[in-house]
Ligand binder design. Structure first.
Ligand code: NDP
Length: 483
């Protein structure tokens, strides 16, 4: 047997490799998938009620290790506010589906007589895809893996997870809790390694949930198309925020700053472009710059400051490429703008830019860093045109004089989540309501909201003829009552 390949994992705060992962071979991925496939029928047959019982026991195991899970997530990502509460977010995710999963099944079940062929009785059957493959990114490594994995498990699917090679530690800690619940461990497993391992998962799974970049998302979509299996893609964003002439500028500057730099800007729905009415542009920028200068790095204490290091070192180079392109094309950098190496971690302070145009990468491509390019607009039509001048359509924000003014603009923006009078409201949707991603930001059914569990289910119809069978010589009588 060939030697196991090992990959070193960098610590974002020290810049040093202090962890290793084994790269799963194709054979190992296939063996894990075969084990899951063999165990899945029992998991599905036990029904959603019994699965809820198992998942409730897992919730207990996660609760007991919630602090450890948060610590592991913080080491993986470099530590931002939400890392430390990831264990509790996981508990909320499981707990929410404990309430919602049984309802999702009830809504799908149906029994009755056909209206088009009244002698035929129809009964629905709902079956899960045997194996759901989940391929997840580094920026919120636990949350983005479990957002899909947990409803898939509730649906009755087995799950094979491939986390990013950049952030494997938190998944290892999580699986210590999974192994405490044998029925769950029988149908939930993970494999580590780079992109090739993701492809090996696609080769084994019956449906795929991918979260990551547009570039990789395309490769995943092609591989799924080759196998003719469904794929759900959650991709990047270049999310705009419009600030109108009537907006409360303190409110707008506060909301834009948080929406753009939270978690070092490494959030798919970060504010990445700001359009401000020309009459208030300078006053808004002045307030934004003042607030941006108050933001502290968390280099000394990961729990204390606001901005942590880049999780993935090459991301710092991508951000600098966008900044250099913007400077070369005439933009002015008012704050931040330089990567700081502090103890091996790579940091960028909130970077406010003005004088930007849509010819610059920073207004077109996902930056994924704490950068806030601000552009003036002259009327509402122009603001909407600029906001919609993008391949992406994940979220958008509008901050206006009142909610009605903001809503009228928001209704004309092509994006799945529209935040009015604030930014960063995605969490409000989680269990309540799903939405689609537009353009390059996603593909497939919504991943949040009550209907997201249905992505893992197929519906069958059992059709019983209660009347006479049709005669080939006389099939025009089909559909006649009593025929
Ligand atoms: P990537 O696309 O680089 O990687 C995502 C996952 O795919 C990783 O596990 C990666 O493995 C794996 N992978 C890489 N190559 C392949 C391949 N050829 N086939 C199958 N799998 C592969 O994304 P990032 O990890 O860089 O994550 C950041 C991106 O995620 C950003 O664009 C961000 O916007 C997006 N994102 C979208 C969200 C949404 O809900 N819309 C939420 C959060 C992030 P490895 O890392 O080991 O190479």
């Amino acid at each position: 047997m060939a030697d196991t390949q090992v990959l070193e994992v960098r610590n974002p705060r020290t810049g040093k490799a202090d962890h290793t992962i084994a790269v799963a071979s194709r054979e190992e991925v296939a063996a894990k998938a075969a084990r899951l496939r063999a165990n899945q029928p029992v998991w599905e047959a036990m029904g959603v009620g019994a699965r809820c019982g198992v998942m409730a026991r897992w919730l207990g195991a996660v609760k007991a290790r919630a602090m450890d899970i948060g610590e592991a997530d913080a080491v993986d990502t470099g530590g931002c506010h939400t890392s430390y509460i990831q264990g509790f977010i996981t508990m909320g995710n499981i707990g929410g589906w404990l309430e919602d999963a049984p309802k999702a099944f009830t809504d799908l079940e149906w029994q009755g007589m056909s209206t088009s062929m009244p002698t035929v009785e129809i009964e629905s059957q709902v079956v899960a895809y045997p194996i759901t493959g989940v391929i997840s990114p580094w920026n919120a490594p636990l949350m983005l893996a479990l957002l899909d994995a947990i409803p898939a498990l509730f649906a009755g699917s087995a799950v094979l997870l491939k986390p990013s090679e950049v952030t494997p530690r938190v998944i290892e800690t999580l699986f210590e809790t999974v192994r405490e619940v044998p029925e769950l461990a029988a149908v939930f497993d993970y494999v580590t390694g780079p992109g090739d391992v993701g492809q090996a998962v696609i080769a084994e799974a019956d449906t795929i949930c991918f979260t990551g970049s547009v570039l990789t998302g395309r490769k995943v979509a092609v591989a799924c198309a080759e196998r003719l299996i469904p794929c759900n893609l959650e991709l990047g964003g270049k999310d705009p925020c419009i600030v109108t002439a009537t907006a409360d500028l303190d409110r707008a500057a506060t909301a834009v700053l948080r929406g753009a730099v939270y978690a070092t800007g490494q959030v798919c729905y970060s504010v990445e472009r700001v359009y401000v009415h020309e009459s208030v542009h300078d006053a808004f920028v002045e307030k934004l710059v003042a607030l941006a200068k108050e933001v502290r790095l968390n280099a000394d204490n990961p729990r204390a400051g606001h901005i942590g290091p880049f999780t993935f070192a090459p991301q710092a180079a991508i951000v600098m490429r966008h900044l250099e392109d913007a400077r070369a094309k005439g933009a002015t950098v008012l704050t931040g703008g330089e990567i700081e190496d502090i103890g091996g971690g790579l940091y960028l302070r909130p970077t406010v830019l003005t004088g930007v145009t849509h010819e610059m990468e920073i207004m077109q491509d996902e930056t994924f860093g704490p950068c806030i390019p601000v552009m003036a607009y002259s009327d509402t039509e122009e603001a909407i045109r600029l906001a919609n001048d993008t391949h992406f359509g994940l979220t958008a924000s509008v901050i206006a004089g009142d909610a009605e003014e903001a809503k009228a603009i928001g209704k004309r923006i092509n994006a799945g989540g529209i935040f009015l009078q604030d930014t960063f409201l995605t969490f409000a949707k989680l269990r309540t309501f799903g939405s689609d991603s537009f353009g390059w930001s996603g593909y497939g059914a919504p991943r949040i909201g009550p209907e997201s569990l249905r992505r893992f289910l197929r519906r069958k119809s059992l059709l019983t003829q209660t009347g006479k069978v049709a005669d080939i010589q006389d099939d025009h009588h089909l559909g006649k009552p009593g025929a």
